[in-house]
Ligand binder design. Structure first.
Ligand SMILES: C[S@@+](CC[C@H](N)C(=O)[O-])C[C@H]1O[C@@H](n2cnc3c(N)ncnc32)[C@H](O)[C@@H]1O
Length: 243
């Protein structure tokens, strides 16, 4: 199932799509777009064969959410080897509800779902969130993930989850530049005039009720709070776990 939840800013982008696209209504209900039939000037969105893509003059290829290709597909295929994440989850029982506060391209949610957890995943970007809504509806074999569009802080304060997963955007330009997806997401957030205060989001999530709060950090970045219960370190990332 998918929901659209808490939305507060307005945005109007061109959407290139033919009127018989199956998920056109889903997109138009979620995003305020101008529907166009010929290629507009960039940036714009396109909906073709059930995939919503973002086109920018700064990137050669369109950007989209496709759960079974590329990096996501690769990680999904080897989800059992996601040793670091499994260690971070520790004894959290399969079937527990995890709130993914930073859905992004849903890679981590998909892995967690494959490990047997129920996911409530939220994304603040309306463009990214709509890509996820379309992607999940187009791939009905994925179950157990509910998508919301909006602010994690508000949702976490209003609901209770067994665990919270927090993977904020990199804070340093250097780390960010290394990751192409990160650069595209940053451009989308700029278009939507979204900026984050990761420390503040963490502080709010930390006060919520949970058995476990798992925070993904670049391995050398400072932690948001020194009172970490345990840490799982990989080569480039680490998980700070609060219980
Ligand atoms: C580093 S990416 C997450 C990647 C994700 N874990 C994955 O596996 O694809 C961070 C994402 O979280 C979103 N985000 C950051 N802070 C948020 C907040 N307070 N509420 C909702 N979404 C947030 C950003 O818009 C971005 O898409």
């Amino acid at each position: 199932m998918a929901y659209s939840y808490f939305y507060w800013f307005s945005l109007r982008l061109n959407l290139l799509a033919s009127s018989n696209e199956k998920f056109l209504d889903v997109v138009l209900q979620s995003l305020d777009c101008n529907l166009v039939e010929s290629i507009p000037s960039e940036p714009y969105l396109s909906l073709e064969n059930n995939v919503l893509s973002f086109h920018s003059p700064n990137f050669k290829k369109p950007f989209s959410f496709d759960p079974f290709s590329g990096k996501t597909g690769f990680r999904l295929q080897r989800y059992e080897q996601e040793g670091l994440l499994k260690k971070a989850l520790g004894n959290l029982k399969p079937g527990s509800v995890i709130f993914d506060a930073t859905a992004g391209l849903l890679r981590d949610s998909l892995i967690l779902s494959n490990l047997g957890y129920r996911l409530i995943s939220i994304e603040q970007s309306k463009i990214l969130g709509t890509m996820l809504l379309v992607g999940l509806q187009a791939n009905s074999d994925i179950s157990g993930i509910d998508i919301y569009i909006g602010q994690a802080e508000k949702c976490a304060q209003e609901h209770q989850f067994d665990a919270i997963y927090f993977d904020p955007m990199f804070e340093t330009a250097q780390s960010a530049l290394r990751d192409k997806n990160h650069r595209i997401i940053s451009e989308i957030l700029d278009i939507e005039s979204i900026s984050n205060d990761n420390q503040n989001t963490f502080d709010i999530l930390r006060k919520c009720s949970f058995q476990k709060l798992i925070v993904k950090r670049p391995v050398k970045s400072p932690s948001f709070d020194n009172n970490i219960n345990y840490q799982i370190k990989g080569k480039s990332i680490r998980y700070d776990v609060y219980v």
